[in-house]
Design a binder for this molecule. Structure first.
Ligand code: UDP
Length: 473
């Protein structure tokens, strides 16, 4: 076959953390569904799960492959096999993890030279991959994993530093030149924003590499944040394709159950438990794949849930289960289901018994809640989660805050049981609950339409593929 007729071939290179890799794997499969040859680049420890996810699409004729490159864990001072953020147990390990990823530059160059893809879609946490793409003569598209609202808001704070003009951590400041009069406080900003840490320089590189790349793929849909999607392209002058929610491409029950990791609960057990509950009555509590609360906080959550009187599904990290209050689980039998480890989140959220989601506002969780039409109780912890909270509570108005005010990696701000109880009641049975639920349901309908044939996300995806084809030799 002559090179003129070569099928479009795209490399997808996700950062090794579940919140980053889950959507990028979905995206690779979406591309493959459009006739593109997709290759997911990962490391040996992460490859088996990804291969499991791609097995079914491959069996249906999609060209989606997994290619692994060695991860230099030991070279970077990490234990052998430490190839995913969920294996890191100290901040020091995170520093080493990032330095290990930089060593991936050479192997990435090698596989690009060998396989000659037409484009590299890589995570924003790999800013150096831009140079690799440029030197290989192919476009690099960034996947930054969040929405245009939060990315832009964060970029405005980084560029204009409005937090330097307030006199205390609790005094609100307005995000300058940003639509919607959005206010934040200094305590809601990441440490590395306020003072120079090891991460500050890296973070600046992450944010700036977007402007050097060919464009950005956004896991969001245009109708969700029209003002901000337009603002992003107009203000920053960057190309952006809103192609989400990518989670809606996961169809079968088994695929939904094992999305990201093998589920710790049998899907039928989970579905049957939910079947016994009334419509919109169950609260789902899960804080993503990274946040890790201490025992005092877990006790407060348990007390708050019990006092709320609502049924619940609570996802507790495996190693934390011993920290639950004595006798709690026994008392809650029938009322509360505790999942230790990994929950089939998308499957749970879609169930009609779910009435609210206590979330740390990780972007994937937010979009999965929106896609399922579930109102949220927002409990931001770190990363860009305080911005996501603003979108949910002030712009979309489909949630209420639990009152977390301090950005604190892993453990978050301490929230008392009374605040948890109040927020849960408000979202499930409160005065404004029905209105919030209706808004969430309408957004879910719009999300589904966006990814259907001819919908806005589907059209963005087609336009992007068309543009890449026109560039390819
Ligand atoms: N997730 C899941 N089961 C769990 C915990 C998380 O399926 O028990 C999935 C969740 O559906 C989402 C991702 O893991 O797709 C977490 O990403 P998010 O951006 O919400 O948070 P992060 O883990 O990056 O903090």
């Amino acid at each position: 076959m002559s090179s003129q007729h070569r099928q479009l071939h795209v490399f997808f290179f996700p950062f090794m953390a579940h919140g980053h890799s889950i959507p990028l794997i979905d995206l690779a499969v979406l591309f493959a569904g459009k006739g593109v040859k997709s290759t997911i680049i990962t490391t040996p420890m992460n490859a088996p799960h990804i291969s499991k996810v791609t097995e079914k699409p491959r069996n249906s004729g999609y060209e989606v492959d997994v290619l692994d490159i060695e991860f230099p864990a030991v070279e970077a001072g990490l234990p052998e096999g430490c190839e995913n953020v969920d294996k890191l147990s100290s901040p020091d390990m995170l520093v080493k993890f990032f330095s290990a990823t930089e060593i991936l530059k050479r192997p990435l160059e090698d596989v690009i030279r060998q396989h000659r893809p037409h484009c590299l879609v890589s995570d924003m946490f790999f800013p150096w991959s831009n140079d690799v793409a440029v030197s290989s003569g192919i476009p690099r598209i960034v996947f930054h994993g969040t929405c245009t609202f939060s990315f832009s808001a964060m970029e405005h704070v980084r560029l204009y530093e409005p937090h330097k003009n307030v006199s205390s951590d609790s005094e609100p400041f307005l995000i300058p030149n940003f639509p919607g009069d959005i206010k934040l406080t200094r305590s809601q900003l990441a440490e590395f924003f306020k003072q120079e840490t090891w991460f500050t320089k890296l973070f600046n590189e992450f944010m700036e590499s977007g402007s050097k790349s060919f464009g950005v793929i956004v896991n969001s849909f245009y109708e969700l944040e029209i003002v901000y999607a337009d603002h992003y392209t107009n203000f920053f002058g960057r190309k952006a394709w809103n192609v989400g929610p990518v989670s809606l491409s996961t169809k079968g029950i088994t695929d939904k159950t094992n999305r990201g990791k093998q589920s710790s609960i049998d899907e039928n057990e989970c579905i049957n438990w939910l079947k016994s509950k009334e419509l919109n009555s169950v609260v789902y509590i899960c804080f993503g794949s990274v946040a890790d609360f201490d025992s005092c906080q877990l006790i407060e959550i348990a007390k708050g849930l019990e006092a709320s009187g609502q049924s619940f599904i609570w996802v507790v990290r495996n190693e934390r289960e011993k920290l639950l209050p004595e006798g709690f689980e026994k008392r809650m039998e029938g009322k509360g289901l505790i999942i230790r480890g990994w929950a089939p989140q998308v499957l749970i959220l879609e169930n009609e018994a779910i009435g609210g989601f206590v979330t740390h506002c990780g972007w994937n969780s937010v979009l999965e809640a929106v896609s399922a039409g579930v109102p949220v109780i927002t409990w931001p912890v770190a990363a860009e989660q305080f911005y996501n909270e603003k979108l949910l509570t002030e712009i979309l108005k489909i949630g209420v805050g639990v009152g977390a005010r301090k950005w604190k990696r892993l453990v978050g701000d301490f929230v008392k049981s009374e605040a948890i109880e109040k927020a849960v009641r408000e979202v499930i049975t409160g005065e404004g609950a029905a209105e919030m639920r209706n808004r969430a349901k309408r957004l879910a309908e719009t999300a589904k339409k966006a990814v259907e044939n001819g919908g806005s996300s589907d059209s963005h995806l087609n336009a992007l593929i068309g543009e890449l084809k026109s560039l390819s030799p």
